[in-house]
Design a protein around this ligand. Structure first.
Ligand code: CP
Ligand code: NVA
Length: 302
């Protein structure tokens, strides 16, 4: 049994399979062709933080695969009344086939997985957002072909998205240029462990030079709202604008996992401009996660 708790829980070979499978699943979806490998399977989705894309993509995706879903939040389950995570895992995993969790500390999802009888998927933690990077790389491949040897510029917070990009670059053979304000760096251990595939820049414009993809995220992630005012000051120069896009390769793409704050981490003319692929990126959450769910439950098919 495999869990998907962080990006490097799968190998480069498994990603090659998943990207091909996601493309096929997407093609079938666009042609209104039925694809029901998960009939009678149930996905439990547990949200301890808000979501639009993750909820819709997993829920719609699971129904499209022929399965069904159960949606739980902290507010409407015993999770919010301090039932131990281990007990919740034991109970929930006796009734469903797959669990997706969005929560705070990575240690929480690890504890859940350790006591789960079924595969567990990380739908975002403070530390990682692997399903998003899965979709982002699938989107890059659709637009530009293989990401191997390419350069991704990360501009902004050293958050769950940035950490996951670091893991992906080391695993799949591309480079990440990271520029974060001082005090908001990526995980130090992870930066060291992936040293061969990353480079750090104090100036975000420098980080964008020659990049094939420029990407960013909100200045304040969920769970850090109390730091919002302080962060607005610290991040003022980390706004992806036309000048940064001009420093990147002429055919560079722009991505943002969304939700976005125009005028903060990205200017409207970039996110709504011709190099932006954010809507494909959001849609691809569903196709990529359908391939992931199918793989975790059935292994490689065909
Ligand atoms: N990108 C992303 O995970 O969006 P949601 O928070 O809406 O799920
Ligand atoms: N880094 C953001 C991503 C939201 C999808 C957060 O954790 O809130």
């Amino acid at each position: 049994m495999k869990h998907y708790l962080q990006f490097n829980d799968l190998s480069a070979d498994e990603y090659t399979y998943l990207f091909e499978r996601a493309a096929l699943i997407k093609k079938k979806f666009k042609a209104y062709e039925k694809h029901h490998p998960l009939v009678d399977r149930t996905l439990a989705m547990i949200f301890e933080k808000a979501s639009t894309r993750t909820r819709v993509s997993f829920e719609a995706g699971m129904y499209q695969l022929g399965g069904s879903v159960v949606h739980l939040t902290t507010g409407d389950s015993q999770l919010g009344r301090a039932e131990p995570i281990e007990d919740s895992a034991k109970v929930i995993s006796r009734m469903v086939d797959l669990v997706m969790i969005r929560t705070y500390e990575q240690t929480k999802i690890e504890s859940f997985a350790a006591h789960s009888r079924v595969p567990v998927i990380n739908g975002l933690t403070n530390e990682f957002h692997p399903c998003q990077i899965l979709a982002d790389i699938f989107t890059f491949i659709e637009h530009r072909g293989s990401i191997q040897g390419k350069t991704v510029a990360w501009v902004g917070d050293g958050n769950n998205m940035a950490n996951t990009w670091l893991q992906a670059a080391a695993l799949l053979g591309f480079k990440v240029h990271v520029s974060t304000p001082r005090g908001y760096e990526v995980d130090e251990k992870l930066a060291g462990a992936t040293a061969g595939s990353n480079q750090f820049f104090s100036d975000p414009l420098e980080a964008c030079k020659g990049a094939d993809l420029v990407t960013t995220d909100v200045w304040t992630s969920m769970g850090y709202e109390a730091e919002n005012e302080e962060r607005k000051k610290a991040f003022a120069d980390w706004c992806v604008d036309a000048e940064m896009m001009a420093a990147a390769k002429p055919d560079a793409l722009f991505m943002h996992c969304l939700p976005a704050h125009r005028g903060e981490e990205v200017e409207a003319d970039v996110i709504d401009g011709p190099q932006s692929v954010v809507w494909d990126e959001a849609e691809n959450r569903m196709h990529a996660q359908k391939a992931l769910m199918e793989y975790l439950l059935l292994g490689k098919v065909a």
